[in-house]
Design a protein around this ligand. Structure first.
Ligand code: SAM
Length: 197
């Protein structure tokens, strides 16, 4: 199975805390397998990772920070993976998403903050536009993952979650892990459990 990791580059602690947190949340919730915060250590992001995965599951979701973004890209390619850089200047997603899915290779998705250095345009295997208007790394990542997984990621659950939401037309229904076994079995039957049961 293809594994998708998200590399967040250009993060400025303080200024980008909220948006980088949202990049991580989307990566985890929309079916990626890991999140890498390049070149920077930000304990606030690490704290969010710990809190979210402890409560909502995904302790096997990979998280690291402070590693060189450029080396991560180089190593990913050396190891046979594909590097996708999301940028409004790239090729329209509709023109390449089937090809990328068909490669069956692990994917590193690079998303930027402010000015993205040329290195990433030149070393990406694919520079992909989610439309050609400027918007946000959070929106771009969400749509990339959704197009890649063709909507199936919205049924994702994590088996190590302590709590689960029971969909409800009104109000909030949440069950704790004690009642989770039945819910897991249901998800296994639907084929939407993260570990494939
Ligand atoms: N001006 C920056 C640059 O040099 O490309 C982009 C800044 S934008 C606020 C931050 C990130 O959002 C980009 O690096 C890109 O990953 C993502 N992004 C924004 N609009 C996008 C689009 N239309 N398609 C793909 N990615 C986009």
């Amino acid at each position: 199975m293809t594994k998708i990791y998200v590399l967040r580059i250009g993060h400025r602690p303080g200024r980008d805390k909220r948006i980088t947190t949202h990049v991580f949340l989307v990566a985890r919730a929309f079916g990626a397998h890991g999140f890498i915060l390049g070149d920077t250590i930000d304990e606030k992001i690490a704290e969010t990772y710990r809190k979210i995965t402890d409560r909502w599951g995904g302790r096997r979701f990979f998280f690291t920070m402070g590693v060189s973004s450029r080396k991560t890209v180089e190593n990913w390619k050396r190891d046979g993976g594909v590097v996708v850089h999301l940028t409004m200047y790239g090729i329209h997603i509709d023109d390449v998403i089937n090809e990328i899915r068909g490669l069956g290779k692990d994917i590193l998705v690079v998303v930027g903050a402010e000015k993205v250095p040329r290195f990433f345009y030149e070393n990406a295997d694919y520079n992909i536009a989610i439309g050609h208007q400027p918007h946000s790394e959070v929106a771009a990542l969400a749509i990339f993952l959704d197009r890649f997984y063709q909507g199936k990621e919205l049924y994702l659950t994590y088996p190590d979650a302590k709590i689960l939401i029971i969909p409800s037309a009104k109000g909030k229904k949440v069950i704790t892990v004690a009642n989770k076994e039945k819910a897991d079995k249901d998800h296994c039957r639907q084929g939407t459990n993260r570990d494939g049961c």
